[in-house]
Design a protein around this ligand. Sequence first.
Ligand SMILES: Nc1nc2c(ncn2[C@@H]2O[C@H](COP(=O)(O)OP(=O)(O)OP(=O)(O)O)[C@@H](O)[C@H]2O)c(=O)[nH]1
Ligand SMILES: [Mg+2]
Length: 242
Amino acid sequence: MGTAQSVGRAISGFFKVLSQITRGLANALDTAVDFAYVKVFGLPFIVLGYRGTGKTTLLARLRDQIKNVEEFDPDPTAAGGDPVPSFRAPVGANGSDVKVKPRRDVGGEYSMWDTDWLSLYREAKPRGIIYLIDHTNVYQHKDGLNYVLQMLDEEQGRQPIKVLLLLVNKYDIWADQMSLDDILDDYRNELRRIKSQSERLGYTYMIRMGSALTGEGLDQALIDFFDAVRPRPQQDQPASQS
Ligand SMILES: Nc1nc2c(ncn2[C@@H]2O[C@H](COP(=O)(O)OP(=O)(O)OP(=O)(O)O)[C@@H](O)[C@H]2O)c(=O)[nH]1
Ligand SMILES: [Mg+2]
């Protein structure tokens, strides 16, 4: 009886060790595959926000397609959105080039949230989301943001994000009349919701301001965002907690 028990214990101990080794290997492999994948295909991220907040402008700015700020005036993005190829942008540490993969530029109209936003989120499997607001249309921005937070809750098991950047755009327009805090004052509930969700789902959130049109204030925000999105090479990984 005693022998059978100790054999049983030894066997279960053996399997425990084996499963730990397997889990460790799987994690290491995941990280390596992830790292290689992102290097080849680009960092998956998406840009969302209500109608007219500057999504198309931000993507154009990242792609260095804005030659003349005065003349840049994009049409509202139509239902279905526009495909965006992966491209290299100077958003790495010290402004080095990084390949990024936004996949599609979607419109911000209400009717597009449950269609274009959700399908983009599911297809792109983004590691990061940039949610744009500006100094106007508080209710619409709140609605859109709550839609995104709800979506993250509902889809969580499927594809967790690593970072959410709330970017208060059009800094060049409002900087003279108000501060970032003035604008954020209207979003107190949403900010609370983001904070608690980020802790629950394990992502980082950042709140920044800038101008997608002129590029003012944008560089560091984007560098920080993509740094948080980027998978770490093996040696950068924090020591395993298990
Ligand atoms: N002054 C200023 N104007 C901006 C900025 N970003 C965008 N705009 C302007 O805001 C308007 C809407 O910009 P878009 O980039 O088309 O906005 P969008 O979010 O793509 O809009 P939809 O596709 O309709 O949802 C355009 O006239 C832009 O030139 C900015 O940082 N500063
Ligand atoms: Mg657009």
